[in-house]
Design a protein around this ligand. Structure first.
Ligand SMILES: CC(C)(COP(=O)(O)OP(=O)(O)OC[C@H]1O[C@@H](n2cnc3c(N)ncnc32)[C@H](O)[C@@H]1OP(=O)(O)O)[C@@H](O)C(=O)NCCC(=O)NCCS
Length: 190
């Protein structure tokens, strides 16, 4: 399976050890982390790279780096990963290649502030949904956001996800979103 995904403007590559600078730029920035969690130190993030690079389902579940096709600049990360309910973070230890994922799978993203407002998150979400429904056995993709993260909610709705009401995730009751494979197909045909 080809895990390097492209869009008109972006290249998504499976996350690797080379992406430490990107993850540090994102996760030490309080603006980026405002609706996600506390910021982390570069030292702590370096130790977590082993988790961030983990993949399951023959590599199709995990994190991708997002770079601009034109310049090669790394601008963000995106995920397809099992959604934790009663845990504060993804259960990274579940991810081993070849293993099947039994929980709901969430789509997610974070970008450097300089890249916000250009439609990149919507472009990435559209590509990951296509990947999920055309290249993996998934029949549904879900998402959650902080109640105040209006930009992310906009991205999800623009990408065809439907509000499903509050759902348990990350030990909180958060606005939930979902799209089934059939709904996605209907959206492509429209
Ligand atoms: C949320 C985030 C990924 C959006 O990325 P982006 O590339 O700017 O998103 P897009 O440009 O594709 O779309 C954003 C949409 O939200 C709108 N928007 C942006 N800020 C907004 C705000 N504060 N309130 C309401 N709408 C907002 C934009 O206008 C756009 O909608 P439009 O195309 O209808 O105008 C980006 O802001 C980010 O990385 N934030 C920090 C990490 C994060 O919160 N990730 C999501 C966790 S659930």
């Amino acid at each position: 399976m080809n895990l390097e995904l492209t869009t008109d403007r972006l290249i998504l590559k499976p996350f690797s050890d080379d992406d430490l600078d990107l993850v540090v730029a994102l996760r030490t920035d309080p603006n980026v982390m405002r609706y996600i969690s506390e910021t982390a130190t570069p030292e702590r993030l370096a130790k977590r790279m082993i988790d961030f690079c983990r993949r399951s389902e023959d590599g199709s579940m995990g994190m991708w780096s997002v770079t601009l096709a034109e310049s090669g600049e790394a601008i963000g990360t995106s995920i397809l990963l099992p959604l934790p309910e009663e845990a504060h973070d993804t259960r990274w230890d579940f991810h081993e290649n070849g293993k099947l994922v039994h929980e709901d799978v969430e789509v997610g993203y974070m970008f450097k502030p300089a890249a916000w407002g250009k439609g990149y998150a919507t472009e990435v979400t559209g590509r990951l949904l296509r990947f999920a429904f055309e290249d993996t056995p998934l029949t549904e993709v879900v998402a959650v956001t902080d109640p105040d993260n209006a930009a992310s909610q906009n991205v999800l709705r623009k990408s065809g996800l439907i509000d499903t009401g509050p759902r348990r995730a990350y030990c909180r009751d958060l606005p939930g979103f979902a799209i089934t494979k059939d709904q996605w197909r209907a959206g492509q045909a429209a």
